[in-house]
Design a protein. Structure first.
Ligand SMILES: Nc1ncnc2c1ncn2[C@@H]1O[C@H](COP(=O)(O)OP(=O)(O)OP(=O)(O)O)[C@@H](O)[C@H]1O
Ligand SMILES: [Mg+2]
Length: 286
């Protein structure tokens, strides 16, 4: 059968790279898929320095200091929220963690190593960052098939993710005609194809309708209940109030508060996440 007549999931990774060389770049820039690692999950192999450790991270863009000392810990089996107002440094922190941006000082480690120091980083981390670019001429299902092939994931995951994200009605259409929310679902599906042990989502509910937001919350809970480390950034507090275990709040490129929700409630005397957030902002501004 000629290669062109074969479906994308029948192509080898090398053929896919040759056919669409730009996709490799996109994986590094926007969507980082992890290979299926269910066996490791099942045996719950936890490395000695598991989870995410970010310490005293600093980053400037020219004269603009985006990060001035960010500290964050994220543990396996827990959902960690990275919160903060627009421009507080959430995306820059996650980009530094994922090796997409070089920090000026400090450390950002995943399972005790920098992203780049992992022999096969894509086998460890699945991430969706806020800047989405997709090939508009590709159909959603084919996009997922290509990424599944490149990540070494079973092709059955494509249909699983399409179903789980409610994309069955439009997965056959070209991505160029999709709405923001539909594209957001596709990004999420792409990151989750390989069921990775560390999941990093930057504003995953942007543009999603209430059903989509509900699905994201359930997906986060499912991932953490299987021992995965989950970090989710948002500036919409109410969306994650009931699923977060731990919270790091940034203000002006610095960690203004960090700890379990219970700890932060005790420390601030506040009850809801919004009250904790406001109390933290006021204290940091004082
Ligand atoms: N590539 C860049 N060049 C110049 N400045 C940048 C760049 N990326 C980020 N910044 C600046 O760094 C600061 C932090 O931006 P960042 O995107 O990390 O914030 P954020 O918390 O993710 O905001 P939002 O909630 O709007 O997504 C901002 O002042 C932003 O303008
Ligand atoms: Mg951001």
């Amino acid at each position: 059968m000629p290669a062109a007549a074969r479906s994308a999931n029948a192509l080898g990774a090398e053929e896919v790279r040759r056919a669409r060389p730009h996709l490799t770049f996109r994986i590094n820039e926007n969507i980082i898929t992890g290979v299926n690692d269910r066996i490791s999950n099942a045996t719950t192999h936890v490395p000695p320095q598991s989870g995410i450790r970010i310490t005293a991270l600093e980053k400037s863009f020219g004269s603009s200091r985006a990060l001035r000392g960010v500290n964050l810990r994220a543990e396996p089996g827990r959902i960690t929220g990275l919160l903060g107002p627009n421009g507080s440094g959430k995306s820059t922190t996650l980009k530094c963690l994922l090796g997409l941006c070089r920090a000026d000082a400090g450390q950002a480690l995943i399972h005790g190593k920098t992203y780049a120091a992992h022999p096969n980083p894509s086998s460890v981390v699945g991430a969706v960052l806020d800047s989405l670019t997709m090939d508009p001429t590709m159909r959603g299902r084919d996009h997922l098939r290509v990424y599944a092939t490149m990540g070494g994931h079973p092709s059955t995951r494509v249909e699983d993710c399409i179903k789980a994200l409610g994309m069955r009605d439009y997965a056959h259409r070209r991505v160029g005609g999709w709405s923001t929310g539909m594209r957001q679902r596709l990004s999420l599906a792409t990151a989750l194809l390989g069921d990775p042990r560390v999941v990093i989502l930057d504003e995953p509910t942007n543009g999603l309708d209430p059903d989509g937001i509900h699905w994201v919350r359930e997906a986060l809970q499912d991932m953490s209940s299987r021992g995965n480390t989950v970090v989710v950034s948002s500036h919409v507090l109410a969306e994650f109030e009931h699923v977060l275990d731990d919270v790091t709040i940034l203000r002006g490129g610095r960690t203004a508060a960090s700890g379990s929700l219970a700890e932060l409630r005790r420390r601030t005397g506040a009850d809801t996440l919004e009250e904790i957030y406001r109390a933290t902002m006021e204290r940091a501004a004082a």
